[in-house]
Ligand binder design. Structure first.
Ligand code: M6R
Length: 608
């Protein structure tokens, strides 16, 4: 949550920072700010509520974009402490100190009292307290003051700091909240994630926690808090800036939906050898799998829904007990896990705080942790015993789409290897499974062809106050994800129900024209779902039925029908996911909403 960036070098800092903020905007977008160190006038600060484009206008009017300043910091905010106002937007300035922050300072009130900072504060934020404290402790030595300050902070933080008397220098330090940095010919750059720096360098490093970075036009110095120089491990990013741009699509979300076939191919292909799942290149050997007795999958939001599909496959096919836990609940329930449990944490960003803390708890309890993560080098990836990277490429839209389907694919591969190792899947069955898995990209490509029909359906449901999704088994897990997707980007209230459960209460809400999206792709429960569909139809619902090709129903059953290609429902989830994502996308678009940046949300949730 929140995006921060700092640049110092030989080029105009204003433009680099504002462009970087545009890339980081998906992390939070209720207000934005920039501070540059002008050689003539000193620090110049601009802040605006609203999106980064508002800030860009203000920065342009103040001639900051092509100005002479070659050093500056910027921030795009997702409010935690204090409302959305210019005063609360970052950067914050106190005395000699200007800084921006991502994270939450839990003891800001105590620090305010202890150091008598109240009277100098102009905002309601926890961040300004850090600026004020740092200014109070600063006596010309940034290292000393920053060390002293961060040692007093409780909570998570990524800080980019400038001092008035340190021209051309940016200091940065973090705990938990992510930051990556790179030095290149044009200077040094630091940001919350790679999207803001990839234009300048493909080589970067993850900022180590509690290490002080000093960025200057000559490069980046990294020191631990004892003052010793440290050489961070340089990583190379394997995607380019085009992957983080819209590429001709009106929205990132639509682009990312369409990218799924390729993303799946990138995730699946390197894990297949001689037609069988192969995980040794990921450092996952069979010993890890052989001894496990049960699996706990922990994640949040869409990633958790992907975990539910993983569970459906692993339990049904491999007969190994799997529980799926919401990370924020798992942390506080004293979970029953031990060394015989494999904990699988699933996260696109690899930074979700609850998922990260769940991982730490699982390790404490003696469980091995395997993470399914998209962002290379992220905290969750680094702290896991094993990592199975998904290769979705950058996912910019707040609503997760391609990350979800690649997470499912990764869990299928892991499950297939597990089945083979445990002997619950024969070699022949495993080969067949893998072959079909390799075909899911094609199923999705075919399903994408029905985009226009879905756009028509979306036009119908855009005015509905409520939408219900129903399904059984694996289709129920898809309903949960579909409902989340619709809610988050169209602001339509929706609920997902196990189809058989409807008449235990919820059917009372079904009346004339209430849209019900029924998912019935599983042969063994098809007739049952159709019975449930008839129940809602006879109460006036407007029914959209999603089924396999060939299952044609008349108007007594449904008003509209959408089809996925005929296949085992384990693979059908990929095609059905496309339909459900497109329903949400087109509904939001038809309502004229900001699809990629829905209100109140941010891409990665790094605060509790
Ligand atoms: O980065 P993560 O996968 O850990 O994020 C988890 C959730 O915050 C995320 O999936 C969220 O639910 C999506 N915005 C939903 O589209």
């Amino acid at each position: 949550m929140c995006g921060i960036i700092g640049y110092t070098g030989h080029e105009s800092a204003g433009e680099i920072i504002v462009n970087g903020l545009k890339q980081l905007e998906y992390r939070g977008y209720d207000s934005a700010g920039i501070a540059v160190m002008d050689p003539k006038t000193g620090i110049v600060l601009k802040k605006r509520t609203g999106k980064v484009e508002e800030l860009e206008k203000a920065a342009a009017e103040a001639s900051l974009l092509n100005g002479e300043a070659t050093c500056g910091i910027g921030h795009t905010r997702w409010a935690t402490h204090g409302g959305v106002t210019e005063q609360n937007a970052h950067p914050h300035r106190q005395g000699q100190v200007t800084l921006c922050h991502n994270g939450i300072i839990e003891n800001y009130k105590e620090l305010t009292t202890e150091y008598g900072l109240k009277n100098c504060l102009k905002s309601e934020t926890d961040t300004e307290v850090v600026a004020a404290l740092l200014d109070k402790l600063y006596e010309g030595d940034p290292f000393k003051a920053i060390k002293k300050t961060v040692n007093m902070l409780a909570g998570s933080f990524a800080l980019c700091i400038m001092f008035d008397d340190q021209p051309g220098k940016i200091y940065a330090i973090r705990n938990v909240s992510p930051m990556v940095a790179a030095a290149f010919d044009g200077g040094s750059i630091i940001a919350s994630d790679l999207t803001a720096i990839i234009n300048f360098s493909k080589d970067y490093f993850v900022v180590p926690e509690y290490h002080l970075l000093t960025l200057s036009d000559e490069g980046i110095r990294v020191q631990d808090l004892k003052g010793r120089d440290v050489q961070p491990e340089i990583l190379t990013v394997n995607w380019d800036i085009k992957s983080a741009q819209k590429g001709g699509y009106p929205h990132y979300m639509l682009k990312e939906i369409n990218e799924q076939p390729e993303a799946l191919e990138r995730t699946i292909t390197p894990r297949i050898q001689d037609g069988l799942p192969y995980l040794l290149d990921d450092g996952i050997d069979d010993e890890v799998l052989k001894n496990l007795e049960n699996i706990v999958i922990v994640a949040c939001g869409t990633a958790m829904h992907a975990g539910m599909v993983g569970k459906a496959f692993i339990e049904t096919r491999l007969r190994i007990p799997v529980t799926v836990e919401i990370a924020s609940e798992f942390r506080y329930k004293d979970p029953i896990i031990d060394s015989r449990t494999l904990t699988i944490v699933v996260s696109q960003s690899g930074e979700t705080i609850d998922t990260l803390e769940a991982l730490r708890l699982a390790k404490q309890k003696g469980s091995k942790v395997l993470s399914v993560v998209n962002v290379k080098g992220s905290t969750i990836a680094r702290e896991s015993d094993y990592v199975l990277y998904t290769h979705a490429g950058p996912e910019i839209a707040v609503a997760s789409t391609k990350a979800y389907t690649v997470q499912i694919a990764a869990m299928y591969i892991l499950g297939a290897r597990l089945g083979l190792v445990k002997g619950t899947m024969s070699e022949e069955d495993t080969r067949k499974f893998i072959k079909e898995l390799q075909g899911v990209g094609e199923l999705m490509t075919k399903t994408l062809e029905c985009s226009d029909t879905i756009r028509g359906i979306a036009n119908h449901i855009k005015t509905a106050p409520d939408v219900f999704y129903i399904g059984r088994g694996i289709d129920y897990t898809l309903s949960l994800e579909a409902s989340l997707k619709l809610k988050e980007i169209s602001y339509i209230h929706s609920e997902a129900y196990a189809a058989g459960e409807l008449k235990h209460g919820t059917i009372a809400l079904i009346s004339e024209q209430v849209p019900v999206i029924a998912i019935a792709t599983e042969e063994k429960v098809y007739a049952k779902v159709i019975s449930n569909v008839r129940e809602v139809k006879s109460r006036g619902a407007y029914v959209i039925l999603i089924s396999q090709e060939g299952k044609v129903e008349n108007s007594e059953v449904c008003d509209k029908q959408l089809y996925i290609p005929v296949c085992d429902s384990v693979f059908g989830v990929f095609a059905t996911a496309v339909i459900l994502q497109l329903i949400a996308y087109y509904t939001s678009d038809a309502k004229g909403l900001d699809v990629d940046k829905p209100r109140n949300l941010a891409k990665s949730v790094t605060v509790e």
